[in-house]
Design a protein around this ligand. Structure first.
Ligand SMILES: [Zn+2]
Length: 506
């Protein structure tokens, strides 16, 4: 429907230009009326002139259209919990192919805390958790007096997400199209905007179905230029089996097969050498031990506080007036557990300046678990630990026309991915914690400065394009009239010309 409206607008502009030029042309002058002119004259003079104008308009429209077609395409894939070194553990020919054909980054420092929701939102905003507001998988917001759980309906309350703007929204505000397959937050109307195409979250939808959807969205005249794809493994198996389990080998091999499926589908759709493909993850995974458990009930009554989120970084909301009592009860009771008042949280965690971060946080060392007591099931693997730990860091490989070939980079921060993606897409990044210059060496060449794409509604951008076409056509028209007037002064006197053309056609 929108396309039809645009087409009608273009037709109106073309007709208006034609009428204006016709009205201003000598054909309409009182001393040489259309009725007195021969069909021959019209054929040899007016038609080429109309053709000229229409050709110019068509060239302009085609130029505009080809600019659309030349937009870079980018697909960001996350295999949840794919630790950086999993690619070395079993044969992973598809990951290897991407490394040979593109780039890999050996060490990616993600953001604190190394949980799924905070890090997935960091990847598409370039912001640390304290700034984008999704500070944990389970949160309490004291301003709204509301709780958030990644496993509950609160996920769909957009205001939780609206301290930041994800890249798919920025992409669409620049007049482009986005597609999202299950990426955390992508089925939420953030700022009132869904991705152009998206799938409502449903863990039972197979990977292959998600890929086929994305291939459809990346194809055809209305193709998206930016897509995001999420898959739940190997995170789930890593929790259940523990990353050191030999059973994880098959899980990792299966992820490589899935990447192979994606590569095949891109090739079949003739997209493989067109779409820039980034494969990464939100975090890694580490082995837990049933001997490394800290039970808070041993040290402090649970009547004194509310427990927010889960191990290994736990928010503690002390009851009114109980902060000092809870803090002193937990501080220094176990060398494997650090307790911070909010204002004591180290600066480099970038995890303090948000109301959703609790007055006290507990952080345990790698492999340790903090609980209120041992009741409940224990996992064999977990993540969420300090983001400086190698075990918490994700894989990163990428290939495509924007990327160098067979290039290995030593390190980057996950916040740098956002400005990198904006550069590939030709979008002006919103303020972020990342640095394009830190990761620009991953790209084929230093991108020439691209025009800043105004963050205006699509209709406004379109109106600008129509206005440009209209203005250009007017200039061409006036030039034409000017040339014709000059030429007419060199023609024989009007009465001679008139006598010739009024002769009957025989
Ligand atoms: Zn995760």
């Amino acid at each position: 429907m929108e396309e039809g409206r645009k087409l009608r607008q273009v037709v109106v502009v073309v007709e208006t230009v034609k009428n204006l030029l016709k009205a201003a042309s000598p054909a309409a002058s009182p001393d040489l009326t259309a009725s007195s002119r021969s069909p021959f004259h019209r054929k040899t003079c007016i038609m080429p002139y109309q053709s000229c104008i229409l050709t110019c308009l068509l060239v302009l429209l085609q130029t505009s259209s080809s600019q659309q077609e030349e937009q870079s395409q980018l697909l960001l894939v996350s295999f949840d919990g794919f630790r950086w070194d999993y690619v070395n553990r079993v044969p992973t020919p598809n990951f290897r192919a991407l490394m040979d054909e593109g780039v890999q980054v050996e060490k990616v420092e993600n953001t604190y805390i190394t949980k799924t929701y905070p890090n997935h939102y960091t990847l598409v905003t370039g912001l640390h958790a304290e700034t984008h507001g999704i500070i944990a998988n389970e949160m309490y917001d004291p301003i709204h007096n509301q709780s958030f759980s990644m496993e509950g309906p609160s996920v769909y309350d957009a205001w939780w997400w609206e301290e930041a703007v994800p890249l798919w929204v920025t992409n669409q505000k620049a007049g482009r199209k986005s597609g999202a397959a299950m990426w955390p937050g992508s089925d939420v109307a953030i700022g009132g905007t869904y991705p152009t195409h998206y799938m409502s979250y449903n863990a039972s939808v197979p990977f292959e179905t998600r890929v086929k959807k994305l291939i459809d969205w990346f194809s055809g005249p209305k193709a998206i230029n930016f897509g995001v794809l999420y898959w739940e493994e190997p995170d789930e198996s890593g929790h259940n089996l523990g990353p050191e389990s030999s059973q994880m080998d098959a899980v990792i091999a299966d992820i490589d097969d899935k990447l192979g499926f994606l590569r095949d589908k891109l090739k079949t759709a003739d997209l493989y050498d067109k779409v820039n493909l980034i494969v990464t993850s939100d975090h890694g995974m580490t082995q837990l031990s049933h001997d490394k458990i800290i039970e808070l009930d041993t040290y402090v009554s649970r009547d004194l506080y509310t427990w927010i989120d889960k191990s290994p970084v736990v928010g503690i909301l002390p009851k009114e007036g109980k902060l000092e009592e809870v803090y002193s009860s937990l501080k220094n009771v176990n060398p494997n557990m650090a307790v911070y008042k909010k204002e004591e949280i180290p600066d480099h965690y970038h995890y303090r300046h948000n109301a959703r971060i609790m007055p006290l946080i507990i952080e345990v060392k790698e492999g340790w678990t903090v609980m209120q007591n041992r009741n409940g099931s224990l996992m064999l693997g977990n993540h969420g630990y300090n983001n400086s730990l190698r075990s918490m860091q994700p894989v990163f490989v990428a290939r495509g026309p924007a990327f160098r070939r067979a290039y290995t980079k030593a390190s980057m921060c996950s916040v740098d991915l956002y400005p990198l993606m904006c550069s590939i897409l030709g979008l002006k990044p919103l303020p972020n914690n990342g640095s394009l210059s830190s990761v620009q060496d991953l790209l084929v060449e230093t991108p020439t400065p691209k025009p800043v794409v105004p963050l205006v509604p699509r209709e406004t951008s379109y109106a600008w394009a129509v206005g440009s076409i209209f203005g250009t056509a007017l200039v061409i028209g006036f030039l034409f009239i000017f040339v014709q007037q000059v030429t007419q002064r060199q023609l024989p006197p009007l009465h001679l010309s008139n006598s010739e053309i009024t002769q009957p056609l025989l």
